[in-house]
Design a protein around this ligand. Structure first.
Ligand code: ZN
Length: 353
């Protein structure tokens, strides 16, 4: 399956929009949208923004909506979403609104040559047609990681010497990985995970079968990109199988299979999602043992595996296992060695209380 975390605006490319993108297209982000609309209305749009929040929640759309509002001649500072300018922005064909993704290869960071050839001229000469120009960097922490300082510093210079009517929007789900000096130059706008009602609507619009919507929503935790990736290839049931298999190995108390499993898990592209699924499995087991309503479960009613397991594993121990796995996932997320963390997790999980 695709690595869920890599699914982003790129995969739902903005050519997807048949019309221009306005703030009406940004769902369930009232605080972010209010702040940006106010800045537009008061003529106080910052020269650089950092849109901060998980993937798949609308940061890219909001960035296009802000660019549209700044460039649209028909409804200045709002964006009509219908005129030629609005449409060209949505199609990626307007010279004053550029969307720049991380590189496809290697560390994916933007090279200094690219910054010199593409970014600096834009910041010097734009806008070419519209009243304002906007450069949007998606996954900016990947494009400008703190450990590749050269291009980040070139970018920083640009941010430090803003020209009127040239704006930058950096979007990131891991802003802590951006060079601190870049972060501090940007006005931060926080985006929230989408509420379940919005997630269910999005799944419905993408014709995801009703039966799958709940599990997918539970696992995706408010990220539409993850939910759609899960729904696309029936991954929900595969992840439940994986969780059941891991539980069996843990329960056997045998070190050999646990170490083998840790090794294969550590190699998975979708490790964060796999760990989330195991956490969800144990939480569902605890919730089932406590007779909580099916609507609070991730794998839910369709999971006899969970019903069965709830008969033999106490809710306290299931909850302790979920906690231990969550802590391991957090350690891996902070760059701990995945195989070492998983080894020790799987060997100690049976005893977790
Ligand atoms: Zn327009």
């Amino acid at each position: 399956m695709p690595h869920a975390a890599s699914v982003s605006l790129r995969n739902f490319g903005h050519a997807w929009y048949a019309m221009g993108v306005t703030f009406d297209d940004v769902r369930a982000q009232p605080n972010a949208v209010r702040a940006l609309k106010q800045a537009l209305a008061n003529d106080r749009v910052a020269s650089a923004y950092l849109f901060d929040g998980p993937t798949g929640i609308g940061k890219g759309r909001a960035a296009l909506a802000l660019a549209t509002a700044l460039a649209c001649p028909a409804k200045p500072r709002v964006g009509c979403g219908k005129c030629d300018v609005c449409r060209r922005i949505a199609e990626g064909k307007h010279p004053d609104v550029r969307v720049i993704h991380p590189r496809e290869e290697g560390d994916q960071n933007l090279q200094i040559e690219y910054i010199r050839a593409e970014v600096l001229p834009f910041t010097q000469y734009a806008p070419f047609e519209a009243a304002a120009a906007v450069m949007i960097f998606t996954d900016a922490d990947v494009s400008f990681p703190g450990n590749h300082a050269e291009s980040a510093n070139a970018m920083l210079k640009t941010l430090e010497e803003p020209r009127a009517n040239v704006h930058f929007i950096l979007t990131s789900s891991r802003p802590d990985r951006l060079l601190q000096t870049i972060r501090s130059r940007c006005q931060r706008v926080r985006f929230q995970r989408l509420p379940p009602t919005t997630m269910l609507q999005i799944l419905e619009e993408h014709n995801v079968p009703v039966a799958e919507r709940e599990a997918v929503t539970g696992l995706a935790d408010g990220r539409a990109d993850v939910a759609l990736a899960l729904a696309a290839d029936g991954t929900g049931s595969k992840l439940l199988e994986l969780a059941t298999r891991i539980d069996a190995v843990v329960e056997s108390g045998r070190a050999g299979p646990a170490i083998e499993l840790a090794e294969s898990l550590a190699k998975r592209d979708d490790l964060p999602l796999a760990l989330d699924s195991i956490v969800a499995f144990y939480r569902d087991v605890a919730a089932t043992a406590l007779a909580m309503p099916a609507s609070s479960l991730v794998f839910g009613r369709s999971a006899p595996a969970i019903q069965e397991r709830a008969k033999t594993l106490s809710p306290e121990r299931a909850a302790a296992r979920a906690d231990a796995i969550r802590r391991a996932a957090e350690a891996i997320d902070r760059n701990a060695n995945a195989e070492i963390v998983l080894d020790s997790l799987l060997l100690s999980l049976r005893a977790a209380t």
